[in-house]
Structure formats: C-alpha cells, structure tokens
Design a protein around this ligand. Structure first.
Ligand SMILES: Cc1cc2nc3c(=O)[nH]c(=O)nc-3n(C[C@H](O)[C@H](O)[C@H](O)COP(=O)(O)O)c2cc1C
Length: 294
C-alpha cells in the first residue's frame, strides 16, 4: 500500500445530521483509497485548525441559498496559507437549482482570500429538513447513491481533476436578497417558543451545535447565535420547541435522518409515480438520475 503525503481534513457543520452523514461517507471513500483522513465537526465551542500538509474539505448544509454563519466565522479564524488545496462541498435538500448555485460562492472566495487554492466544489443532496419533506423513496435513494457520489469526489480531488461551478447573475442577486433571512436566523433563537410540554431534560442545550441554549430553572433559554438549524426542534422528545415565526420552515412530520438510514437496504426502486413534479424537485431528480451530477 502506498503512503500518501497529503492528508485530508474534512471539516463540517451539521444541523440535523445530513451533512454529518455525508461527511462520514466521504471519509470512508477517502480511506478506501488509502488516504489518511481527519473529520472534525464544527461547533461553536470547537474551531478545528488545518495543518499545512492537509487538503481541506469544507462541508456545510445550505441555508437560504448560502452557507451557515458559523462557516464564515471559522474561515475568518483560519491562519493565512500559501496555495493550500481546499474543496468546498454544499449539502442541500434541493440540489443545484436556482438560487442554490450561489451557495458556495462566498465561502470559496473567502478561502481563496486566506490563500487556499479551491479547484473543486461539489453539491451533494440529502433529505430536506425544511419547508417540504423529500419524498421517502427519493430520500432513501439519495442515501443509497451517496457512496457513489463520494467516490467521484475522491477520484477527482486525488486525481487533480478540477470542478468549479459558475454562478449565474440572477443567483448572485438572490443571494444578496436572502441576506435578510440570515440576519433573521441570528435572532431566531430569541423567537423560539418552548411549550409547557417541556420536561426540562436539557437535550436541546446539550445538542445545540452553536451552544446557543442554556437551561434556567429547568427550561431552555435561547441566546443570540442561533443558526436556525432546527436540531433542537426535531430532537425534542416532547416536541416542545416551536418557532414563533417562520413556522412553515418546520416539517410537520418531524425530521430524523436515522429513520432514512435504517431503510437504506430496503428495495426502493424509483417508479415514475414516485417522482414528484415541479421545479423544487428538479435538482434532486436529475442528481438521482445521473451519477455524474454533483
Ligand atoms: C433554515 C434552513 C434553510 C434551508 N435553506 C435551504 C435552501 O435554501 N436550499 C435548499 O436546497 N435546502 C435548504 N435547506 C435544507 C437543508 O440544506 C438540507 O436539508 C440539509 O441536508 C440539512 O443538513 P443537516 O441535516 O446537516 O442540517 C434549509 C434548511 C434549513 C434548516
């Protein structure tokens, strides 16, 4: 077995586990090629550092056609490097439809400003945790084809095959307009409502990736750095965490990535009637139908 000089460092943020699962799958794909891989979850309390012999693979869920705020905070904290290789991977519920195509733009630019050489960017799709759930069969198939998509990423990154994506003008404009939503998400924590069903278990506070929740008198208290990742909403065993505004963001049926993972070995062929119509699912359907779409 050959010993590779370059190491891979995957740094990811995840709200409800989809990006975490994708990061684990990509880790396995690099390891299968005999690469030494470090995989670090980005938490408010833990900002990983990148060594000079590491290729950085940055992964994040798409929020309002953009990266989570914590990603920019982390990039700002990085020390300057000289032409160190970096790869940016977005994970979305909708795929490369407009305006999602702009979602990696700012993180790529900021990494380049830090001296990174970003020759590769990818878009992975995972089940949607927001507004509209992904049809079950599509969701399970997204997980099934993930190892194949990751293998392509590994082959291209290690084979020095570049893949950069163009962002169209309209998507750039929409990204600017969406900025208001991001400011909204920063105060969203203050707008969380905890109902009387709360039993004070504190799971939300323990699990919040932004450390934005503390327990006071056995009740969760939200502060000012909410990413609106919805982790606390979906994991609450009593379903006691609600949004005061933007209520439609939350899936009525809840979201649990593990329930899809459990079904990964089931026979779930995509039939014509299983494919939903409409622009919203266009990106997902083409991603599923063509292994080379990333
Ligand atoms: C606040 C919020 C905003 C989102 N915005 C988008 C979006 O603009 N486009 C999209 O395709 N998916 C969007 N999503 C869906 C997530 O990107 C998708 O479900 C992703 O897989 C979640 O990853 P996670 O489980 O690691 O948090 C959004 C989700 C949330 C919670």
């Amino acid at each position: 077995m050959t010993e590779h000089k370059n190491k891979i460092h995957i740094v990811y943020f995840t709200g409800t586990g989809g990006t975490g699962y994708a990061a684990d799958t990509l880790t396995t794909a690099f390891k299968d090629k005999n690469y030494k891989v470090y995989c670090s979850e980005l938490l408010q309390s833990k900002l990983p550092s990148i060594n000079e012999n590491e290729t950085l693979v940055l992964m994040f869920p798409v929020y309002a056609a953009d990266a989570p705020h914590v990603i920019y905070r982390w990039i700002a904290s990085l020390t300057k490097v000289i032409s160190q290789k970096a790869v940016v991977v977005s994970v979305s519920g909708g795929g490369e439809i407009s305006p999602n195509t702009a979602c990696r733009m700012k993180s790529v630019r900021r990494l380049i400003k830090k001296g990174y050489q970003v020759d590769n960017e990818y878009s992975l799709c995972m089940p949607s945790n927001f507004i509209m759930p992904t049809h079950d069969i599509l969701a399970i198939n997204l997980l099934k084809i993930l190892p194949g998509k990751c293998e392509i990423i590994v082959n291209e990154v290690t084979g020095n095959i570049k893949r950069r994506k163009k962002v169209n003008f309209i998507d750039r404009i929409i990204l600017l307009l969406c900025h208001g939503e991001k400011i909204g998400s920063k105060i969203a924590g203050r707008l969380m409502r905890v109902t009387d069903d709360c039993n004070g278990c504190g799971l939300c506070a323990i699990q919040c990736p932004k450390s934005n929740i503390t327990m006071k008198d056995n009740r969760p208290e939200y502060h000012f750095s909410c990413e609106l990742c919805l982790r606390c909403v979906y994991l609450c065993p009593k379903k006691a965490v609600k949004l005061r505004i933007l209520k439609r963001f939350v899936l009525k049926e809840g979201f649990n990535i593990n329930s899809y993972i459990k079904k990964i070995h089931e026979d779930t062929l995509i039939s014509e009637e299983g494919i939903p119509d409409g622009f919203l699912w266009k990106g997902i359907v083409s991603y599923l139908q063509d292994i080379n779409i990333l």
